[in-house]
Design a protein around this ligand. Sequence first.
Ligand SMILES: [Fe+2]
Length: 231
Amino acid sequence: MNEENRCRPLSFDGKYIRAQLVEDVRDHTAHGVVTNLSNEAMIIGGDVPGVIPPWKSTIMRGGKITRAERVSIVDVPDSVNLGGVMFDGWDWFGNRMEEFPRTTPLYISKHDVVGEVTLNPWRFSNHPEPLEETERYDIQLNLWWAPARTDAVIHNTHAFLEIHTQIYGLGRIQIFKDHAGTELYRELSTAPGDTHDPIVRVTGRRTYTYPWHRGWTDQDCIWMAIELHPK
Ligand SMILES: [Fe+2]
């Protein structure tokens, strides 16, 4: 049997952001944004127990996680100089992608592969006519940082399933008809503690189709990418 409450710092744990992974969680007190990184429901203790579904999240303020398979706990204990997070082992995203606009202030943390999972991507993405098909994925996390009113660039290709947990600040995911962004037709609000529903449309085996979308920050924002990479 595995040892309970196996804990380790995530690669983006640092001066401004405390981030840890906990596995086989039992009666574990938590402070911060807790994301359920598993196919099993996470149970919260209390007079009336709470349930966080798979791949969803909540804010814990000293409450107890009664039971969970695998969670990340990410907290910003003090936001003084939070904009300095980009000097804490992070990278300007333009250094990773040549075609990225040269003056857009989007920053990325180190990434961390926290485990693997087998799931049905059709069901994961709430497809109305799911096929019975499972796949093995690496679960990869990283953080993003951008100041208020950042256009984090419209894109529509990912070779993985992506969702995001908002850690700090209010923002949106905006969905457009085309690459130019002339017609915005949908927005998802992102608030601390929330993980949005997948926007991917699974169209075949390992075929993930995304609408034109971008991150948009209304305030200074930190959010966590959760990427499921097929193995
Ligand atoms: Fe994306």
